[in-house]
Design a protein around this ligand. Structure first.
Ligand SMILES: NC(=O)C1=CN([C@@H]2O[C@H](COP(=O)(O)OP(=O)(O)OC[C@H]3O[C@@H](n4cnc5c(N)ncnc54)[C@H](O)[C@@H]3O)[C@@H](O)[C@H]2O)C=CC1
Ligand SMILES: N/C(=C\C=C\C(=O)O)C(=O)O
Length: 487
């Protein structure tokens, strides 16, 4: 829909209808720095309307059979797939990611999220135990909880939002989704497909706007008993505070400071390209990205030389260039934040071996004001440095040497986060030993980001609370009851 000045103007989606809002936010194209879209700046009033619609839809939707709900999810997956190219173009423009990544990862995964939960929801079973000596049979039943608040970030917009919507509605809940105000377009486009897929009005409502306004109104609403959030740790803390008086059910998927551990027997032909990708994919804006690379001292020089060569070939380009490996960062503020870490590293005496401030970025004139930076490698950095401790969430990675297995486990575990780690070694015993001792919700050995959606996904320590996946999401989005029958 075209709005002011011919720019795209989004609307909230409440009770099956697109509704205008009284005020709007500017949304920027990260590759040019220009405003290209207006996003509703919703608040309490819109949340109240969405709660009303979700409440009205709950009895009908929750009493449908899992098979009926599953068919609706399958149809939605088909419709998203038919719009894959259009959605990929929109995601790439809105977020700054390359069109190639949007085409091959973001949108296919959004489709897969609906297909996956359409299927997995049909295979959930409940428990039963017996106490024959007391003549008792015990079993559990599960029911959808009610209205779920789903809050998602800007890095993988449709991918992460659908990872929440699909299991929530498959289990019979109705939802109010709040995408990031920085990347709202593909969620809005998806709303246009819901009716055709057979999603009844009010089952999926989407309110757009900022965290402090619409986000807080949503998470503190007394009639919204569960919240699934993906984003930063400070926001998770705020959501926890606001929801505490109501004892809401919370699932929090937060940041990481993910280590890659490269032992001397690693296959560097596989490790180097994968570690470049794990450090810089999506501009380093994935919570699973590697940002601390520990390399065993005997291969440190060789690794560093080859890693730098491969990083220099990681092409930064405009998002629509199909040959680009990396596009623009999400916002000016975020680019400045990421760059500030490089400045701090320099002041601490670290070496910046390539990227920011070292190499030159070549961009077309139209993109000079876009939020681009080169993939950057830091060395000679202490474990206590902010670059080794804090989530930068950009194309920046640190490479440091280590001597022993015991030492590297302690150092890898020495941060407040515990989301994802990679271990590179040809020694199977070592791989199992190290993986088991890492404080990390996910460990990939000799690979990265191979996702098995059935199994638990989520972090330890400050990386989150709860897990997502076939069984885990089903348990989160349902309330369990234990029934005892004396016979
Ligand atoms: N999954 C992850 O690990 C992610 C981590 N981050 C980290 O967070 C940093 C800041 O990025 P932000 O976009 O500011 O993340 P954020 O955590 O503030 O935003 C995530 C979502 O939460 C919403 N939100 C913000 N404040 C809220 C509140 N008070 N109540 C309810 N909802 C609220 C936002 O509107 C957005 O939809 C990044 O630099 C990065 O380090 C950001 C996005 C994803
Ligand atoms: N939650 C994030 C990534 C998840 C990836 C996946 O489920 O495959 C993130 O980057 O915030």
């Amino acid at each position: 829909m075209a709005g002011r000045g011919g720019l795209l103007m989004l609307e909230n989606f409440i009770g099956g209808k697109f509704l205008p809002c009284s005020s709007y936010l500017d949304s920027y194209d990260p590759s040019t720095g220009e405003v290209y879209c207006h996003v509703p700046d919703s608040g309490e009033e819109e949340v109240e309307a969405a709660v009303e619609a979700a409440r009205a839809a709950f009895p009908g939707w929750s009493s449908r059979s899992p098979q009926e709900r599953s068919q609706v999810l399958q149809r939605l997956a088909d419709l998203l797939e038919q719009s894959l190219e259009e959605l990929a173009q929109a995601e790439s423009r809105d977020q700054g990611k390359t069109i190639t990544l949007a085409r091959t990862m973001d949108i296919p995964r959004a489709v897969q999220n609906f297909r996956f939960f359409a299927s997995s929801t049909l295979h959930q079973t409940s428990e039963c135990t017996q106490m024959d000596h007391l003549g008792c049979l015990h079993y559990t039943v599960r029911a959808p909880v009610g209205i779920a608040a789903l809050i998602s970030p800007w890095n993988l917009p449709l991918y992460l939002l659908t990872w929440k919507i699909a299991p929530a509605i498959a289990a019979g809940n109705t939802v109010i989704a709040k995408p990031s105000e920085l990347t709202s377009v593909t969620a809005w486009m998806m709303c246009g497909l819901l009716e055709k897929a057979g999603v009844p009005p009010g089952v999926v409502n989407v309110v757009f706007g900022t965290g402090p306004r619409v986000g807080e109104a949503l998470v503190s609403h007394p009639d919204v008993p569960l919240i699934s959030f993906t984003g930063s740790q400070p926001t998770a803390e705020r959501i926890t505070q606001l929801s505490a008086p109501h004892c809401k059910k919370l699932s929090l998927e937060l940041g990481g400071k993910n280590p890659a551990i490269v032992f001397e027997d690693a296959n560097l032909d596989e490790c180097i390209p994968t570690t470049v990708r794990s450090s810089f994919a999506n501009q380093g804006e994935i919570c699973l990205c590697t940002s601390r690379i520990f390399v065993q001292r005997s291969i440190y020089s060789e690794f560093l030389k080859r890693f730098l060569e491969a990083t220099r070939k990681w092409k930064v380009g405009i998002p629509s260039d199909p040959s680009a490996d990396m596009g623009a960062l999400i916002s000016k503020a975020h680019l400045e934040k990421v760059r500030s870490y490089i400045k701090k590293a320099r002041l601490e005496g670290a070496q910046i071996l390539c990227g920011e401030g070292v190499d030159k970025l070549n961009l077309p004139p139209r993109n000079q004001a876009g939020y681009f930076m080169l993939p950057t490698v830091i060395t000679d950095v202490k474990d206590e440095s902010c670059c080794m401790k804090e989530e930068i969430f950009g194309p920046v990675t640190c490479v440091v040497p280590f001597d022993s297995e015991e030492e590297v486990i302690q150092r890898a575990n020495g941060v407040k986060y515990g989301l994802a780690a990679t271990v590179w070694s040809g020694n199977v015993g070592r791989v199992h030993r190290v993986a088991k001792r890492l404080q990390s919700g996910l460990v990939w050995t000799n690979c990265w980001l191979i996702r098995e959606l059935n199994l638990p996904f989520g972090g330890m320590k400050s990386s989150g609370v709860g897990r997502e996946g076939a069984r885990d999401s089903y348990e989160f989005f349902t309330e369990v009851k234990t029934i005892t029958v004396k016979h």
